[in-house]
Design a binder for this molecule. Structure first.
Ligand SMILES: [Zn+2]
Length: 183
């Protein structure tokens, strides 16, 4: 039986984005050279801060000028990086993860777990208001989109098949994150 190309695409996307479980207790491959894990030069981004939690209302046109093209695409055009291609999906380092757009601290490395999805996965955010949640009905699925609570950048999605204690799996694009070692 022939499957319509669009349907097949939707099914593939569904499998990619929703179909990965997790394995507790399995050791992730240890990260190396933690001081070189920074992805971006933020010196030209005046909004980037790890301490300022003021909500930002910056037009997309301005972000487009300030951000690298791949980050802008994922953050403000709801893009998704290809699985197993990001910098942090199998990275394990002590510290925190910030929003790569604005520097808002989002996750503690302690809450990261090995999900084998191909994207960095966390079971809880660092602060309740670090993230915002939105219903996402794209690609023929009903999912919960996660955005940055400070700059509203798209980060990824949250699913309810994560490990204890929350049972949640925050599936976040590596491109959207900046790892901060040892904090
Ligand atoms: Zn942000």
């Amino acid at each position: 039986m022939r499957t319509a190309p669009l349907l097949s695409l939707v099914l593939t996307a569904g499998l990619l984005l929703a179909g990965c479980g997790h394995s507790r207790g399995q050791t992730q491959r240890a990260g190396t050279a933690t001081d070189t894990m920074s992805q971006y030069d933020h010196s030209h981004n005046p909004y980037y801060s790890h301490t300022d939690t003021t909500t930002l209302e910056v037009p997309k046109s301005e972000w487009k000028k300030l951000l690298p093209a791949d980050l802008y695409h994922i953050a403000f055009e709801q893009g998704t990086e290809r699985a197993f291609t990001g910098k942090y999906w199998d990275f394990e380092g002590i510290g925190t993860y910030a929003c790569a757009v604005c520097g808002n601290i989002l996750f503690q490395a302690d809450a990261k777990f090995s999900s084998h999805c191909g994207w960095p996965s966390f079971f809880q955010p660092l602060r309740k208001d670090a993230l915002h949640y939105h219903e996402d009905r794209s690609w023929g699925m009903v999912r919960t989109e996660v955005t940055c609570g400070r700059c509203s950048a798209h980060l990824g999605h949250v699913f309810d098949d994560g490990p204890k204690p929350t049972g949640l799996r925050y599936c976040i694009n590596s491109v959207s994150l900046e790892y901060l070692p040892g904090k």
